[in-house]
Write a protein that binds this ligand. Structure first.
Ligand SMILES: [Zn+2]
Ligand SMILES: [Zn+2]
Ligand SMILES: [Zn+2]
Length: 345
């Protein structure tokens, strides 16, 4: 993910911040600009951006920012919708009278905004179900019924025709870890769920019924294989012993649709990693005559592939800003500090 700065004092700020830790100015993310906005309030209580690039543009905070404290995005002042681009996709949110529900909702919305960040940069269709009832997208965050409810059916996280349902128990770290262990998964996060399920949605939108289905079947296999039987077989027999030769996860080996969704999710994970201080996504080829760098960002080896540290923060070539004329995704300003040398950590 790109690194943001306060539009007033240049302090480093992060995607989830609501105010600058240095100057205290109000912050809100501007999805239309894919940048963090810094604001001052004018006489009639409208938020005026003081960030370069959006200076003097008027915004208001998303209603879920002001009333529920589960959002930090802004809405253009002329937009009649009180909710931001992310929140307007949420159709059902948890019952806030239940203990822990607001915290769970906030965690889910935070992960959803990270998802939306990537989808907006990739210019993928994001209409909600009000705008496009047939092909639009909606999220429902649901809780399991109380255990003593007769014929209680547990809420399954999944996707169906643009509706993505997430069981809010997934927002509880201990519960999610328990489920990860039970399902023998190496990796289970809220953001991972969102990225996987949205992969199913975009298969419907981008592959189903198009000429790309031929190429899809060549790469992922024939999705006409019985889905229910494939999953049953997967849960009974597990992944093939050599699954690492062809799949990004054991679950990807269960059915071509799951292979697609797992691959889609991993692609988004990778894209999210190598953002640098200018917001550049996967490393651009070095400019002709430019300096090459080793994987720690020091002169030496040419960086051909994105390099990711164990803590999933990017290794940034020291003078990438000087090398790159224009990033092809996102935009930003240079961080006025150099990344620490990894050996000092
Ligand atoms: Zn500041
Ligand atoms: Zn919002
Ligand atoms: Zn799936």
């Amino acid at each position: 993910m790109k690194i943001f700065h306060c539009g007033h004092c240049e302090q480093l700020v992060f995607f989830e911040n609501t105010s600058c830790v240095n100057c205290g100015r109000l912050l809100a993310y501007l999805p239309d600009r894919t940048d963090m906005g810094t604001f001052e309030t004018d006489e009639d209580n409208t938020l005026q951006s003081i960030s370069p690039g959006t200076k003097k543009r008027a915004y208001r905070l998303c209603q879920n920012y002001t009333e529920n404290n589960v959002c930090n995005w802004a809405v253009d002042v002329d937009d009649p919708n009180p909710y931001c681009r992310s929140c307007r996709l949420t159709r059902v949110f948890p019952d806030l009278s239940q203990p822990g529900a607001r915290e769970a909702w906030a965690r889910l919305e935070t992960a959803k905004r990270r998802l939306l960040y990537s989808l907006i940069l990739l210019e993928l269709p994001l209409a909600n179900k009000t705008e496009d009832p047939d092909n639009g997208l909606a999220f429902e965050f649901l809780a399991d019924p109380p255990p003593d409810t007769p014929d209680a059916v547990p809420i399954l996280t999944g996707h169906d025709n643009g509706l993505i349902v997430i069981n809010i128990a997934e927002a509880d770290d201990a519960e999610r870890e328990k489920r990860r262990h039970l399902m023998h998964e190496g990796y289970r996060t809220i953001l991972g769920h969102f990225r996987h399920e949205i992969g199913h949605y975009y298969w419907d939108r981008l592959i189903q019924g198009t000429d790309d289905l031929v190429e899809f079947r060549r790469i992922f296999g024939d999705e006409r294989e019985d889905y229910g039987e494939a999953l049953q077989r997967h849960y009974k027999e597990g992944a093939p012993a050599n699954w690492t030769d062809s799949f990004v996860s054991t679950y990807a080996s269960s059915h071509p649709w799951e292979d697609w969704a797992e691959t889609w999710a991993h692609y988004l994970h990778i894209l999210d990693n190598p953002g640098d201080r200018r917001g550049v996504w996967p490393l651009a080829p070095p400019q002709a005559g430019g300096r090459a760098h080793d994987e720690a960002g020091y002169p030496g080896r040419r960086p051909e592939t994105p390099v990711v540290r164990r803590d999933h923060r990017p290794l940034v070539p020291v003078d990438l800003c000087a090398q790159q004329p224009e990033p092809w995704y996102g935009y930003g300003r240079c961080l006025p500090v150099h990344p620490p040398h990894p050996r000092a950590r």
